[in-house]
Design a protein around this ligand. Sequence first.
Ligand code: ZN
Length: 497
Amino acid sequence: MSGLVIRGGRVVDPESGMDAVGDVALMDGKVVAVGTGLPGAEREIDATGLVVAPGFIDLHAHGQSVPADRMQAFDGITTTLDLEAGVMPVASWYRRQAENGRILNYGAATNWAFARIGAMVGINEESSLEAFGRAMRDPRWMDNVSTDSEQSGIIERIAQGLDEGGIGIGILNAYAPGAGVQELTAICQLAADRNVPTFTHIAYMANRDPKSAAEAYVRLIGYAGATGCHMHICHFNSSSKTDVERCEKLIRKAQAQGLPITVEAYPYGTGSTVVSAAFFSDPEFESRNDATYDQVQVVATGHRFKDREDLLAAQAQDPSQLVLWHVLDTDNNPRHADMLDLSVLYPGGAIASDAMPWSMPDGSTYNGDAWPLPAEATSHPRSSGTFTRFISRWVRERQALSLIDGIAKCTLIPAEILAASTPAMRDKGRLKPGADADVVVFDFETLVDRAEFTAMNRPAEGVKHLIVSGQPVIADGIMDVAARPGQPVRRPLAGKE
Ligand SMILES: [Zn+2]
C-alpha cells in the first residue's frame, strides 16, 4: 500500500464545482477518493487551513530542466509544457528528459521555427536557445517566403514531430515574420488534419499598420476560419503591447462566431525574449511600438539600451542573449494596469508563464542540480511567480474573481485546451477518482510570489505540499531534492492511436 490522504483541507475542484472542507486520497499515482472522513492511509498530510487543488498546468514554459522545474514547483505547477516554441526532434527530446529525470510532468509541441531552420538553411541541430541564437546569424529562415520544396521540407519535419507524439505545433511566427500566408495555411491545415492545436506567437507586435499586432491577429483568425485549425494565442498580455483593447475585441468577436481560438496570459507587464527578435530590428521600433530603447534591458547585466546602434551591436555580439522588454508600467499607470487585466482576466483564458531558462552571467543556460539556484542565475520573475502572483493579487487581494474561478484558469482551462488532442490531459487539472495524483496544497492567506526583476531566483512562498504523479516533491514547504517523479505528457505515437 502506498496510499496518501490529504486531510481536512479546503478542496477546490473547478470541474465538479467543489469548494468545501474534505479529504483527498491518492494511490498508485491516481486520485482514488474525494470526500469527508476517508479512511486512514500509510501517509497523511494535515491540510487544515490550507487549499487543496489540482496542480497547476503551465502551457508555456521554456525552461524544461530540473532547476526550472524546482522554481515552478514552488509556484504550484505540476505539469509544465513548452508549446509556443516546442522542440525538434521530438522523440529524442522526450527520451533525454526521461533519461535525465524531471521533477514536474513535461511535454512539448513540434517546433515550426526549427523546421524552417532545417528546411531553409540546412541546419538540422537539436533545438535549444543556443542553437536558435546561432541560426539567427543566417536570416533566410526569418525573412523569406519558403519555396515549394522548402515548404515540403518544413511540413515533413513538423509531421514527423507529430508522429513522435509532439503536442501540436509551436509557431514562433514573430521570429520568422517573413513566412507567407500560403505556408502558414498549409501548417494550419496539417494541424487541422491531425486534430492538434497550433500555439502561436503572432507575427507582428507593433501598434501601427502595416505589420501591426491587429494585422497578425486578423491573419490568425483567418487561419482558424479557413482551415478549422484550433489556434491558441500565446501570451495575449504581451503580443499586442499597448494596443490590447483593439486586439481583445477582435479575438472576442471571432470566438463569439464559434472559431476555435483559445488564449493564455501571464500577469506581468514586462516581456522577455532573445535580443535578435525581429521586432527589435524594425528601424521604426520606437515610433511603431510607442516604445523607447531603454525599455529593453539585458537580463544578465541589467544594461538598458541607449539607442538602436547599441541594440544592433548586442545582436551582432550574441544573438541569443536574453532581454527584458518593459512594456506596461502597471505599478504607476492605471491604464496599463487595465490593459494587463484585459488579458489576464480574459474569460476562458488560461494562465501560462512563458517561463524562461535560467542563465548564468556568461550567457550559458544553467541546467545544474544546485538548490537553491546559484545566486547569479537570472531569468524573469514569471519563471518563479506567475501562478502565485495571479492567485495572490487578482484572486485574494483584488477579488477580481473567486478562488474556484481563479484556480480554473490554472488547471481545468489549460487541461481542456489540450483535451481533444492529447487524451492524457483529460486526467489532469481535476480532483476526482481516476484523475492523475497531481496536487498542490497551499496557504491562501500567505501565498506570495517573491521574485522581482532585481531578484528573480526567489521561489514563491505559500505552497506547502506539491505532489506529482502521487509522489511528494515539496513537503511542509521543503523541496525533496532527490525526487524525480515527472512523467511525459505526449500524444499517442503514430500507428498507436
Ligand atoms: Zn515564450
